[in-house]
Ligand binder design. Sequence first.
Ligand code: KIV
Length: 310
Amino acid sequence: MSSGARSHTVPAADRVAMSLPRLEEMKRNGEPIVMVTAYDYPSATVAEAAGVDLVLVGDSAANVVLGYERTDLVSMDEMIMLGKAVRRGLKTPLMVGDMPMGSYEASNELAVQSAQRMIKETGCQVVKLEAGGLSVERARAIVRAGVPVMGHVGLTPQTATALGGYKAQGRTAKAAIQLCEDALALQAVGCFAIVFEAVPAEVTEAIVARLDVPSIGIGAGPSTSGQVLVFHDLLGLTTGHMAKFVKRYADIHEQMVAAVEQYGDEVRSRHFPEPDHVYSVEPTELDEFRRYLDQESLASQKAWDWEPLP
Ligand code: KIV
């Protein structure tokens, strides 16, 4: 927090577990909703300590954690492994499991099975799936099976190739109409919230004004009920090209490199470990051990004298 600014973060002791009714209430009251991604135990504990409302185990893990070039390459098994680690670090935020490409498109049965697997195996409370169109039907099936669904419209990275690349969506009237219809359809089939990614602020504003459910924006301007950023992007852990909508709140990658470099220097110059980093032993115990090492019989003992194990 910049000096002098008042913190809006609820103190840890006063936090209650996030729920869907509470999210609706926040939207109704105009209280901004804070969502961040997390992919492992440490990032989850950071999100928890920072008092965010929602934590998304995003398939952006593919890029920022697993080093894949595209999010469509991450598997359900990988998402489950990451989700389990996140669960162990969270108490109060609502945990959202992102359904990876290939886990829901083929049929409603597959979508329900995958959503239930995500919930049961990771302990997340809700799932998110991308796009409108076919996904609306899948979202309906999952909601009917009792699993709350978050929709995601605009730039949907799993299908970025089909969308013409990683670029803003809804920039023509025709595309904005489609985006609006997708969002309304996702709401109509029971999605409890909808993510808007890389959509012009005015287009988002016009659509969210027609939505009853909370909207979460990433590169969609200030009118959504909440915002989401990728953990590694906002902390400056990601290197290289950054989307226009990313704001960096720290430069952790540089700090990490500097720290590991300093460690390396200190090992090489024998400045680490220092006395504070070593264990002690009682002098009498050490003397006895040394007497044992000095014994004549031990001094003449050769490693190859030992009998091999049968
Ligand atoms: O996977 C992800 O991180 C996401 C957010 C960008 C919404 O889907």
